[in-house]
Design a protein around this ligand. Structure first.
Ligand code: PLP
Length: 386
């Protein structure tokens, strides 16, 4: 079954609910067991056990996401960051060494430098372009290599198969933050990744109205990771699971539009005299294009670009007056966003050389001609105020 079909059928079975198309929202804390024996035999992770471990709505969503990612099973948690932190805590212990891409989502870095350091877990940041060279950084106590591809601020594409080969040869696991591509445009397990984390908050939710994360892994790791994640994780609320399932049904068509409009705007920006550089892996000539083309099935609507070093008030005149592009954290919703970024503040292994003003754009589902008109007016304000 192809993904566009799978998103419409995964995690639902109308015959089990009187023909109703969508799974019901089961809200629950207590789950009742009919007998002492049933209660004694019940286990978290095996069927419905207690509200914090999920209700039938949660299970439907987890099953759907695991199938799409090609993993054995998924655990849904309350945010993308919870997926990352609970997974790291599930896999690592005091004395372990973690290799973390220098292009990682900044709050992941904050967790590594704070909580993990406090727990005696050493973190080394590596050049995202390292590929098979990761071998040289692996020590006997290195437990995990964490990847994020492309980096969600600077858009470097990582050579995941080469990293996996080197890491596995040395007994290390590989995890990946797969939020940018979503399970539709990158298949982590087909590329040898052991654990995938993603923020369902972005494209799976798709409507900027929920927080959610997923930890998906191989069969071999599942029980260990599930147990660890459940030990620390906040459960995702059943209503949010329902919204995420609803978002999932249209993920394939939404992503096609994010992809097409994203590329159109990236190409348009590349031709602007105000723009020094566009960072979009699906654009020919982008440093990550060859790897992206080899490994990914598509591109989403999130990319970066750098404008010439205009004065702050000129940039503010451009951004403050935009009508369709909002300014805000997050991305993956139906609405377009444009924010100034500061990648140089969250790099340690590979200093980020600022040659202008970096920005990040999320291209939503609006008509791209309207978005271009909004940007054209923005550049006019920028030039007038420069
Ligand atoms: C790449 C990436 N991973 C994880 C997260 C965290 O997701 P959440 O905001 O749901 O905690 C984000 C959020 O922006 C992200 O961009």
């Amino acid at each position: 079954m192809r993904d566009a079909t799978l998103v419409t059928v995964a995690g639902r079975d109308p015959s089990r609910q009187q023909g109703v198309v969508n799974p019901a929202v089961y809200r629950a804390s207590t789950i009742l067991f009919p007998t002492v024996e049933a209660m004694e035999q019940a286990r978290p992770g095996k069927g419905i056990y207690y509200g914090r471990y999920g209700t039938p709505t949660t299970m439907a969503l987890q099953d759907a996401v695991a199938r799409l990612e090609g993993g054995h099973a998924s655990v849904v948690v309350g945010s993308g960051k919870t997926a990352i932190t609970s997974m790291l805590l599930a896999v690592l212990r005091s004395g372990d060494h973690l290799l973390m891409t220098d292009s990682v989502y900044a709050p992941t870095r904050v967790f590594c430098d704070g909580t993990l350091a406090r727990l005696g877990i050493e973190v080394t940041y590596y050049d995202p372009g390292i590929g098979g060279g990761i071998a040289e950084l692996i020590r006997p106590e290195t437990r995990l290599v964490f990847t994020e591809s492309p980096g969600s601020l600077t858009f470097e594409v990582q050579d995941i198969p080469a990293i996996v080969e080197s890491a596995h040869a040395r007994g290390c696991l590989v995890a990946m933050d797969n939020t940018w591509a979503s399970p539709l445009y990158f298949k982590p397990f087909a590329h040898g990744v052991d654990i995938s984390v993603q923020a369902g908050t972005k494209y799976i939710g798709g409507h900027s109205d929920l927080m959610m994360g997923f930890v998906t892994c191989t069969e071999e790791l599942h029980e260990r990771v599930r147990k660890g994640v459940h030990e620390v994780a906040t459960a995702a609320a059943p209503d949010d699971c329902y919204l995420a399932l609803r978002g999932l049904r249209t993920l394939a068509v939404r992503l096609e539009r994010h992809q097409a409009s994203g590329l159109r705007l990236a190409e348009w920006l590349k031709a602007r005299s105000e723009v020094l550089e566009v960072r979009h892996p699906a654009l020919p000539g982008d440093p990550g294009h060859t790897l992206w083309k080899r490994d990914f099935l598509g591109s989403s609507g999130l990319f970066g670009f750098v404008v010439k070093p205009y004065a702050k008030q000129a940039v503010a005149a451009m951004l403050d007056g935009l009508e369709l592009f909002g300014m805000g954290w997050s991305w993956g919703g139906y609405e377009s966003l444009l924010i100034p970024t500061r990648p140089e503040t969250c790099r340690t292994a590979t200093p980020w050389h600022v040659n202008g003003l970096p920005m990040r754009m999320h291209v939503g589902l609006e008509d791209p001609d309207d978005l271009i008109a909004d940007l054209e007016a923005g550049f006019a304000r920028l030039n007038a105020a420069a």
